[in-house]
Design a protein. Structure first.
Length: 185
């Protein structure tokens, strides 16, 4: 089956929520709320590409997706509802505005217009007591516009957290990047 405009995907590892953590031999539930957007699965496995799609993504690749793709929410009457992406149990549509990167574990690429940055440790004395990350700065991890390892700054509230290969990264719109620092590591 193919869609004219959307990727058809299934949740990575068949799970709509990534709300467990294994400690030793025990799986701990880290969030029991279906409304917790931070607990939704952010990886989708491509089943089929849109008709006439000519890009680098192929079936079997993973997409880094928006937190609402697999989410179940409550409507105004308190009933469970699937997201607008829902096709059938285990299969979803992904529109072009719902994914930000692609690849496979350990080999990621960002979608054009987005940059993934790794938070940098705090170096400014003023922020040492309030955070472990330098505010509004990051090291480029994946980008089509910037080189890996470059230090950039971005506008307030433009960062959105993702866990990619076990590492916290922020997704930033390229248009929200304000400074490229010339800092030697």
């Amino acid at each position: 089956m193919k869609s004219p405009m959307s990727f058809i995907v299934e949740p990575f590892e068949g799970r709509r929520y990534a709300n467990t953590m294994k400690i030793g031999d025990v799986d701990f539930i880290t969030s029991s709320s279906q409304e917790d957007h931070l607990a939704t699965n952010r990886y989708a496995k491509v089943v089929s590409c849109p008709n006439n799609y000519k890009g680098p993504i192929v079936p079997g690749n993973l997409l880094i997706v928006h937190h609402n793709v697999f989410r179940v929410y409550f409507d105004m009457k308190g009933r469970d509802r699937n997201s607008r992406s829902f096709l059938n149990e285990g299969t979803f549509f992904i529109d072009d505005d719902q994914w930000f990167g692609y690849g496979n574990e350990g080999d990621w690429k960002s979608k054009e217009g987005f940059t993934f940055v790794k938070p940098v440790p705090v170096t400014t004395e003023m922020f040492k007591h309030s955070t472990h990350e330098e505010p509004l700065m990051g090291e480029v991890a994946y980008s089509t516009e910037y080189n890996k390892g470059e230090i950039i700054s971005f506008t307030p509230d433009s960062e959105y957290p993702f866990i990619v290969d076990g590492e916290k990264l922020y997704r930033i719109y390229d248009s929200s990047i304000t400074i490229k620092w010339n800092i030697a590591k």
